[in-house]
Ligand binder design. Structure first.
Ligand SMILES: [Zn+2]
Length: 126
């Protein structure tokens, strides 16, 4: 099978980037890697991964059904990381909704590492 470019626009192939993280062979080693893998999870409709990687303190705010719905109705075009620190990422996710309207989801996200596992805690839409 031909290797495809990773959905997260890292410049690496999917096999060498987000795929092993999404299928549990590897773990995200930084907030940015987790954020990128979560974008790829949207692009590949892996809502279980999105829930798993949400910190337990904020998990109740998200429903797997809604995430799946949101990931399916939109077409994920590209990801742009604007600014990254050890625990925060500002990014833009470019997508098209079901009416093919081009939209940008601009978010400032907070991440937390616990027992060597990175979690998405919260985000502020910009
Ligand atoms: Zn990737």
């Amino acid at each position: 099978m031909k290797s495809i470019d990773c959905y997260c626009c890292s410049g690496k192939t999917f096999d060498n980037c987000c795929r092993p993280i999404l299928n549990g062979e590897g773990k995200a080693s930084s907030a940015e890697q987790l954020m990128r893998s979560r974008y790829s999870a949207f692009a590949t409709q892996k809502s279980d991964y999105l829930i798993e990687t949400t910190h337990f303190s904020t998990r109740k705010n998200h429903s797997e059904e809604d995430l799946l719905d949101w990931s399916r109705t939109n077409k994920w075009i590209k990801l742009e990381v604007i600014n990254a620190t050890a625990t925060t990422i500002e990014f833009k996710a470019f997508y098209e909704d079901e009416l093919k309207t081009a939209l940008i989801h601009h978010e400032f996200s907070i991440f937390k590492e616990e027992d060597k596992i990175w979690y998405y805690v919260d985000g502020r839409f910009m």
